[in-house]
Write a protein that binds this ligand. Structure first.
Ligand SMILES: [Zn+2]
Length: 177
């Protein structure tokens, strides 16, 4: 049975939609990160805007279907590296027909910025590529979704964030997964 499909999105361009329901915590798909960019000077402005993802010191050309997953300020999925493979995981129960989204700012440390039309009640209006520019309540909420490499690269800032809140439990449970 088909699990996802790509079609026109009300958020932006094409989107990825659930073809069946998913339970919270269920793996929706695996991301193909094998198309690593060796020479960033070959990338166009459009690549940077739509086709490229940067994480863990790598730059990769995104493939379908994950390339078409749109950003939301109140996402129903998140990404997590398990055994070296990034997976898209349901952040809550998802019904068939729902558009799949994740918040691009999670694990983000770039200068990207674009107007956001995600339609979420809590839409921030502008997407920013830097996790630490999120409103504090979002940073706290998203602590459990940070990847290990991101936490290691930004250890001091994460520690400061955690000491400002009782967020320790989030990272401990994160490490066990
Ligand atoms: Zn938004």
């Amino acid at each position: 049975m088909q699990t996802i499909l790509i079609k026109t999105s009300a958020i932006h361009g094409r989107g990825v939609f659930a073809a069946r329901s998913f339970h919270e915590g269920e793996i929706i798909l695996e991301i193909d990160d094998s198309h690593i960019v060796e020479d960033e000077s070959t990338l166009t402005k459009e690549d940077w805007e739509f086709n490229v993802d940067c994480f863990d010191g790598k730059t990769v050309i995104m493939q379908e279907p994950e390339r078409s997953i749109n950003h939301s300020c109140d996402p129903n999925s998140y990404t997590r590296t398990v055994d070296g493979v990034r997976k898209v995981i349901a952040r809550r129960d998802i019904v068939a027909g729902e558009e799949l989204t994740y918040d691009f700012t999670i694990n983000g440390d770039n200068e990207g910025a674009f107007p956001c039309h995600c339609g979420a009640k809590r839409c921030r209006g502008t997407y920013l590529g830097d996790f630490f520019k999120l409103p504090l309540e979002f940073q706290i909420e998203y602590l459990p979704y940070l990847e290990v490499w991101f936490v290691e690269q930004h250890r001091d800032r994460i520690a400061a964030l955690m000491s400002s809140q009782d967020g320790v439990g989030c990272l401990i449970s994160h490490g066990k997964e």
